[in-house]
Write a protein that binds this ligand. Structure first.
Ligand code: C5P
Length: 230
């Protein structure tokens, strides 16, 4: 088989399915760049909060107003750095203020249009692993390899809590986190614009019983087999 040149690999799935950390590790192993599209929606949410624009006004914002918030992405060593008003942002994007509001912003057509061009530009040269909710359906419909990651809700809640430093969460903590994740899933799946769904032709990987290394190995092996590399 002739190896595919400069492929694009998309990884979509619900919240807490391990997409971003997995996509980053897969990209590292393949020598590709990683695009975390959720970070862009988070950056736009962060920019609105920084600008002091209340959530009650978000539905009326135009694409031009959102563009003026100046969210950008620049290629870094292995992934992309995200900037708001010229300042690199990273940990700010994971705050509870941003996390609870991002799904609302992401449901609005002008915010999706604002970020579309940035994402496509990031994929212009291929050799990309892009993760999010609509990578394989809307942003890179021509992607060479599409993957849809799923995992049981309670396992996703446990992983989220572990990421937040809660090593041994109680049942009540897992339940509360599962409710928050299910709410975000509902928002992402039921919205009118670019709802979360399994892209046509996507390879389904259930990570409930896989540890992190096993997930990464499974995806790298799939990509190498399908691209004719390795
Ligand atoms: O992946 P992450 O949890 O950082 O994404 C944050 C939110 O951004 C998601 O809940 C979703 O509402 C939105 N999102 C999206 N489309 C993407 C990536 C993220 O709507 N491609």
């Amino acid at each position: 088989m002739t190896p595919l040149r400069d492929p694009i690999v998309t990884l979509d799935g619900p919240a807490g399915s391990g997409k971003s950390s997995t996509a980053r590790a897969v990209a590292d192993r393949l020598g590709f760049r990683h695009l975390d599209s959720g970070a862009l929606y988070r950056a736009l949410t962060f920019a609105l909060l920084e600008a002091g624009i209340p959530q009650t006004e978000w539905d009326a914002l135009t694409e031009a107003q959102l563009r003026a918030l100046d969210v950008r992405v620049e290629p870094g060593a292995s992934g992309f750095e995200v900037f708001v008003q010229g300042k690199a942002v990273r940990n700010e994007l994971r705050s509870p203020e941003v996390t609870t509001r991002v799904a609302h912003l992401a449901s609005l057509a002008p915010s999706r249009a604002t970020l579309m061009a940035l994402q496509r530009e990031a994929g212009r040269h291929g050799r990309l692993v892009a993760d999010g909710r609509d990578m394989g359906t809307e942003v890179f419909p021509e992607a060479d390899i599409k993957i849809y990651l799923v995992a049981d809700l309670s396992e996703r809640a446990r992983r989220r809590l572990r990421d937040e430093g809660v090593a041994e969460p109680s049942d009540a903590e897992v339940r509360a986190q599962a409710i928050a994740i299910a709410e975000r899933d509902r928002h992402d799946s039921e919205r009118e614009h670019s709802p979360l769904r399994r892209p046509d032709g996507a390879h389904l990987i259930d990570t409930t019983r896989l540890d992190f290394e096993e997930q990464v190995d499974a995806i790298v092996a799939l990509v190498e087999r399908l691209t004719g590399a390795g």
